[in-house]
Write a protein that binds this ligand. Structure first.
Ligand SMILES: CSCCC(=O)C(=O)COP(=O)(O)O
Ligand code: ZN
Length: 204
């Protein structure tokens, strides 16, 4: 894969995510859109904090087929769903942080509601802490195709923006490019930490 700048940005984002401790062991996966038909997805089962450009595998967005026959992420179906649903999405980042893992279990509802935080403005289109940002929360599933179908059905009725949580698993978020996906990840992760601490303190 030569001369594709967004892949350089994605590799840098993976190293940043690794350094933050947001993709422990082999957790997490990352991708970037190549064009309307293809994306490049991280290889399955690797330490995502030390990926190189050769660890990214081309996947057809419409079919999940892999021309090279290599093994992309086990969660490929969630990335391609996002690229299908949102033609403007240019990059997808999935992380396993302690905050997203714990908060998604503590919250029993179908969304995590964030309001009152200035840092909500890290999310595209948000311009006030007075809004309520709902981050959908789906029960985890080892059957990724079934999970993708559940998320697609949800998105048919309710707008999906920024990202979603998988219960006891982590966050998947996206943006128009790697930079925006990184900003959404960092902003959401900050908000999750605040929300977790607020809940802890307010129940004492
Ligand atoms: C111990 S990580 C379990 C699988 C997972 O949730 C994940 O994010 C990494 O899977 P991949 O196939 O992308 O390496
Ligand atoms: Zn995962």
């Amino acid at each position: 894969m030569t001369d594709f700048l967004p892949l350089e940005h994605l590799v840098a984002a993976c190293h940043w995510i690794g350094a933050k401790g947001w993709a422990p062991a082999t957790g997490g996966n990352m991708s970037v859109r190549q064009d309307a038909e293809y994306c490049l997805l991280s290889a399955s089962g690797k330490d995502k904090g030390s990926l190189t450009r050769d660890d990214f595998i081309q996947v057809e967005i419409a079919t999940n087929s892999v021309p090279s026959g290599r093994k992309p992420s086990a969660e490929t179906g969630l990335h391609t769903l996002i690229y299908r649903l949102f033609p403007q999405a240019g990059a997808v980042l999935h992380t396993h942080t302690v905050n997203s893992t714990v908060l998604s279990r503590v919250e029993k509802g179908s969304a995590l509601l964030l309001s009152g935080y200035e840092m909500q403005k890290t999310l595209a289109g948000q311009d006030t802490h007075l809004n309520t940002v709902a981050i959908p929360l789906f029960d985890n599933d080892q059957d990724i195709e079934a999970l993708a179908q559940r998320i697609e059905a949800f998105a048919a009725d309710t707008p999906l923006r920024y990202g979603f949580l998988l219960r006891g698993h982590g966050l998947t978020c996206w943006g128009k490019d790697v930079n925006e996906a990184r900003r959404h990840l960092e902003g959401l992760e900050f908000l999750f930490e605040c929300e977790l601490q607020r809940r802890l303190l307010e129940t004492q």
